[in-house]
Design a protein around this ligand. Structure first.
Ligand code: NAI
Ligand code: MG
Length: 481
């Protein structure tokens, strides 16, 4: 029997969109010095969501000055418990406006409302709540009482989790007493501008948070501004490298959260049905636009047949389509260059001889889409086993012994995440001790919590975000006396 789902479309009336959004500088909405604006699109329809200010050197300069002013005159001097109160207030307003933020994120990013409503926005609020609690307890962060803030922090974030990455950046920076200039990604600036409104609503002192919209050029201006004490970046390894090089001969501090090629390892004693759900969540959550996605499936050879058969059945049940439909599992691909990259790598997988399979789905006629895709018979040398695809495409590799699984899992320039599926705690702990990955999930995947540090090994980045460890990149050790 086939179940048909009646559409259940989330209403968008809660979201009052402006035609144009300005920069947020010194507590005010400020028109761009160059007078230029760019469009952000809804990737599910191709329609323009709104226009956003294109940030130039002058805008960045103004924002850095506003942030420095707020740091010197207000934020640095404020008792820590007072700083915490602002973070609590922001967290509560995010909860109050959660439905509006979820709708805005879905429209601007293309991700399903089920995820923005149940994952992104609740995590954003919990990030602010968690860091609000830290503001007056920083002496327990690991540096004793010998710490100080940096000053003005420049933060650059990607499009895959726009508001969530904003919270990962802004919450710890403010809790530790820094002020910020943040640049959202050019395809997803909307929720950052709603966050600017939330800062006003919370009566956050002017200049503590500044938001400049624009593209990579705007990002470069921020990175190279002499008034910035520290840069925090999440995005591609390529841009992370450029940033590391360009500030190499300055005394700016840097934290980077970059790409990944996470291994999801299924041992023969794994609970297979649960593992299949975990594989689905590992690669199809957020259209696979996830740096810690379980994009390499490593399956023990003697259970591979059963796993793949069940996986194909489960993939066929994934509902792709209108991200505002509450039934939708897989939304739109965020932007056209990303879809082109996914297609190019998929073709490379076929050309190099891996076995290609796609779930049968009717793709909508407008917008950017990619069906759930599975490759089996993948070799370590194939590009689809080595390069980050950042889409709903899974590469399957088999192994015979646990040692071989670890060797294959670690054979990557990245090291952000891994998953281990096994019935035996001893095997899971053994595997976790050998895997070179910042986050290792046991019998689950893609679970996030603000109390848990997140970050990578090797080309996946420097520094941690979340938990006590995530405070340290925002604190300078200042030995007194
Ligand atoms: P990207 O790294 O170019 O963009 C991320 C952010 O950096 C955006 O805000 C962008 O405007 C800014 N930026 C770009 N060039 C810059 C520069 N020279 N200086 C300062 N800021 C700059 O990522 P893109 O092009 O959107 O995606 C390309 C690939 O990167 C994806 O296919 C994926 O593999 C990976 N990626 C990884 C992410 C992660 O969470 N680790 C997030 C986004 C992309
Ligand atoms: Mg957009």
């Amino acid at each position: 029997m086939v179940f048909e789902y009646a559409p259940s479309i989330e209403s968008t009336t809660i979201l009052k969109l402006a035609n144009r959004y300005q920069h947020f500088i010194g507590g005010k909405m400020v028109a761009p010095a160059g007078g230029k604006y760019f469009d952000s699109l809804n990737p599910a329809t191709g329609e323009v969501v709104a226009q956003f200010a294109q940030g130039s050197k002058k805008d960045v300069d103004k924002a850095v000055q506003a942030a420095q002013n707020a740091y010197d005159k207000i934020w640095k001097k404020m008792p820590a418990a007072e700083r915490g109160k602002y973070l609590f207030r922001i967290a509560r307003i995010i909860q109050e406006r959660s439905r509006e933020l979820a709708v805005a994120e879905t429209i601007d990013n293309g991700k399903p409302i089920r995820e923005t409503r149940d994952v992104d926005v609740p995590l954003v609020a919990s990030h602010f709540f968690y860091h609000a609690g830290w503001a007056d307890k920083l002496q327990y962060a690991g540096l004793g009482d010998k710490y100080s803030s940096y000053g003005v922090v420049g933060q650059i974030i990607p499009w895959n989790f726009p508001l969530l990455m904003l919270s990962w950046k802004i919450a710890p920076a403010l809790a530790t007493g820094n002020t910020v200039v943040l640049k959202p990604a050019e395809t997803t600036p909307l929720t950052a501008m709603l966050f600017a409104e939330i800062c006003q609503q919370a009566e956050l002192p002017a200049g503590v948070v500044n938001i400049i919209t624009g593209d990579g050029e705007t990002g470069k201006e921020l990175v190279n501004h002499p008034g910035i004490a520290k840069i925090a970046f999440t995005g591609s390894t390529e841009v992370g490298r450029i940033i590391a090089q360009s500030i190499g001969n300055t005394d700016k501090a840097l934290s980077l959260e970059l790409g990944g090629k996470g291994a999801n390892i299924i041992f023969e004693d794994a609970p297979i049905d649960e593992a299949v759900e975990g594989i689905i969540n590992g690669i199809f959550f957020n259209q696979g636009h996830v740096c810690c996605a379980g994009s390499r499936l490593l399956v023990q050879e003697n259970v591979a047949g059963e796993v793949i058969e069940k996986l194909k059945k489960r993939m066929s049940l994934i509902r792709l389509g209108n991200p505002l439909d509450k039934n939708t599992d897989l939304g739109a691909i965020n932007n056209a260059p990303q879809l082109a990259k996914i297609k190019e790598l998929t073709q490379a997988g076929i050309d190099e001889g891996a076995e290609f399979w796609q779930a049968e789905v009717n793709l909508p006629t407008t917008g950017l889409w990619c069906p759930p895709t599975l490759f089996t018979g993948v070799w370590q040398s194939h590009r689809i086993a080595r390069e980050e695809i950042f889409g709903p495409v899974l590469s399957t590799i088999t192994f015979r012994t646990p040692e071989e699984a670890i060797e294959k899992a670690n054979n990557t320039p990245y090291g952000l995440s891994a998953g281990v599926w096994s019935d035996k705690g001893s095997r899971t702990l053994w595997a976790a001790s050998k895997l070179k990955a910042g986050v290792i999930w046991s019998n689950t995947f893609n679970k996030f919590d603000p109390t848990s540090p997140f970050g990578g090994y090797k080309e996946s980045g420097w520094g941690r975000e979340g938990g006590r460890h995530g405070l340290l990149p925002y604190l300078k050790s200042s030995v007194k006396g």
